[in-house]
Design a binder for this molecule. Structure first.
Ligand SMILES: [Zn+2]
Length: 183
């Protein structure tokens, strides 16, 4: 039997030891360095965060800026902005990460959740044929951090080359790509 959706876990491999106090999806976008936080793109109502998953460094999440648990809690503007940013994430990923396929989805409610974060987020997970070979499954933080740094650069370039860019930002200095869908 093929498994279509895995209950994706949210993993954190922090480069510094600055602990997150409160909801990480509320805290991270308020920090100065988007590269350090792994925020690769921002739109008016949502942003895109890389999940530091050890064996899928391209695993991204589209997250509303406001703290809500469920898509039915979002107003139409936030929902439309969320959908547009998800589509932009797919385009950026296909342009510069080049996966064979993509899984997208949301885990809603305690029994579906893969982690303890109750702030709504949509997973966008690139997949490759035999993806366990894409990168060795390893517990070594240094290897994971380097892989995620590379992916951050690729995805950042993918967003910056796309439509609706207000400010291309700068991956090296830790500025996410700013998008505005005018919704
Ligand atoms: Zn939150």
């Amino acid at each position: 039997m093929d498994r279509i959706y895995a209950p994706w876990r949210i993993e954190w491999v922090e480069r510094n030891s600055d602990p997150i106090d409160g909801c990480p999806f509320c805290v991270l976008p308020k920090r100065e360095d988007d590269r350090e936080s792994r925020i690769v793109a921002r739109s008016e109502r949502n942003y895109v965060l890389l999940n530091n998953a050890p064996y899928n460094p391209g695993h991204a999440m589209v997250i509303p800026r406001e703290h809500h648990e469920d898509p039915t809690d979002l107003d139409d503007g936030a929902l439309l902005d969320h959908a547009r940013l998800k589509a932009a994430t797919l385009t950026a990923m296909r342009r510069d990460v080049d996966p064979d396929g993509v899984n997208t989805g949301q885990n809603l409610g305690a029994s579906a959740a893969g982690g303890s974060v109750d702030h709504l987020h949509t997973h966008v997970v690139p997949r490759w044929e035999g993806d366990t070979n894409f990168m060795p499954v390893t517990g070594e933080t240094k290897v994971i951090v380097e892989a995620i740094d590379r992916t951050y650069g690729h995805l950042h370039a993918g967003f910056a080359a796309g439509d609706d860019v207000v400010d291309p930002g700068d991956a090296e200095s830790g500025e996410a790509v700013e998008l505005d869908f005018d919704v």
